[in-house]
Design a protein. Structure first.
Length: 402
């Protein structure tokens, strides 16, 4: 792989030799929409700056995916897309249906960013308190775990993708969030492995229950609430919450050898996963979280605060956001995803107002190395990290190591 430094040199040379291509705006909308309010961007970047980021990104990803890429990529700076790439097919086995900017991918655990921010929106509106015990909202749930514990992955609840395998559940039947709640209320001694708040342990169970709390408090389904609160106001026209009725239209998931992942009994649980979206729509989501209109700054500060402080290290977790916290206080905010062959990356450099989004559906582990490109925008020391191993696999089947 070419290093970031080599890419920078190559890009710098190209800056001097060419003209900047036309800048692609994120979206054209009426000024009356929420999207127009939250996205404030310059009409253009400095041509040299644009060319630098464009060519560096292109050289980097060409090297990273030298054997091909089946998905969508977007790199943006100050709201301007400086690099965009769509390649491969919705069905990579048959080379059928080319991937384009409207191809929605399963976000896997990146879906948690929507679940967390939906809870925080209800908190802002005074409809819940994150310090409440969740037994206040989920009847029959054992007391002692708060909404904040769920958000920060400190609930002490085991990951359902593990314990349901051993539960005796009929795997010919899809598990639902309600089924999961019913199982835990009856078997909580098996599912709660430690007292809440003692330490961080990544568990998809937390976000499945947060989705149920959203439904209880809002009086709407999870899908309806996200559509009304986020997707429609932000004109995220290719974003939706998956349900069985979407099977015919949803982008399928594949293994690296081209074999399709079959549907399985865990595929209907939502909140921890099951939001489908595109890089362009995710860039709108990023802009909405930066604009200071959709959320109060104090709410965003809470979301991006580190809550796992009992173990030394830069890696941490906020409310639905992973982060790398540097000694000087600088933060890299992100979330990865993995479910079957869907591997996803959503990286947000807050100080530089830069974003990297990479989505694929053919189990390409190299998407996680997209963090190395952060060093082009700021001093994030990611070029030293080893991303050859799939750091995000624990978010599905394995044990989470933070």
């Amino acid at each position: 792989m070419k290093t970031i430094c080599c890419s920078l040199l190559a890009a710098s040379f190209l800056v001097c030799c060419g003209q900047s291509p036309a800048v692609k705006p994120i979206v054209k909308v009426q000024d009356t929409t929420l999207l127009a309010q939250v996205i404030t961007r310059p009409k253009s970047l400095n041509p040299g700056e644009f060319k630098l980021y464009n060519n560096t990104s292109r050289h980097f990803f060409d090297s990273l995916f030298s054997h091909g890429f089946n998905g969508g990529l977007v790199v943006a700076h100050k709201g301007i897309i400086v690099y965009e790439r769509y390649s491969g097919f919705k069905d990579p086995r048959r080379h059928k249906d080319s991937i384009n900017s409207h191809t929605a991918f399963h976000l896997a655990s990146v879906s948690k960013t929507f679940t967390a921010m939906a809870i925080l929106k209800l908190w802002e509106e005074g409809k819940l308190d994150i310090h409440d015990d969740i037994s206040k909202y989920l009847t029959g749930f054992p007391p002692g775990i708060t909404i904040k514990n769920l958000l920060s992955q400190r609930s002490g609840l085991r990951n359902y993708v593990h314990f349901m395998d051993q539960s005796g559940w009929d795997k010919r039947k899809y598990l639902t969030n309600a089924d999961l709640l019913a199982y835990i209320t009856q078997h909580h001694s098996e599912v709660i492995y430690t007292a809440a708040g003692h330490h961080f342990e990544y568990s998809n169970t937390n976000y499945a229950f947060l989705a149920l709390i959203i439904e209880k408090v809002s009086g709407e389904t999870y899908d309806e609430y996200l559509n009304k609160t986020f997707f429609l106001p932000l004109q995220m026209q290719d974003t939706y919450v998956y349900s069985i009725k979407d099977t015919a239209i949803a982008t399928h998931s594949y293994k690296m050898n081209g074999r399709m992942y079959p549907m399985e009994y865990l595929d209907m649980v939502y909140g921890d996963k099951n939001v489908y979206s595109t890089p362009d729509d995710m860039l709108k989501w990023d802009a909405a979280l930066r604009g200071g209109i959709m959320f109060k700054q104090s709410t965003l500060d809470s979301a991006y605060a580190p809550y796992s402080l009992e173990k030394r290290g830069k890696r941490n977790y906020g409310f639905g956001w992973r982060m790398i916290v540097y000694p000087d206080g600088k933060k890299l905010i992100y979330h990865n995803g993995w479910w079957h062959g869907n591997r996803t990356v959503f990286i947000r450099m807050m100080e530089e107002n830069a974003t990297i989004i990479a989505l694929c559906n053919n189990d390409n582990r190299r998407v996680y190395a997209a963090k190395k490109l952060c060093d082009v925008f700021g001093n994030y020391q990611q070029s030293r990290e080893n991303y050859d191993e799939p750091e995000n696999d624990p978010e599905g089947r394995g044990g989470e190591k933070r």
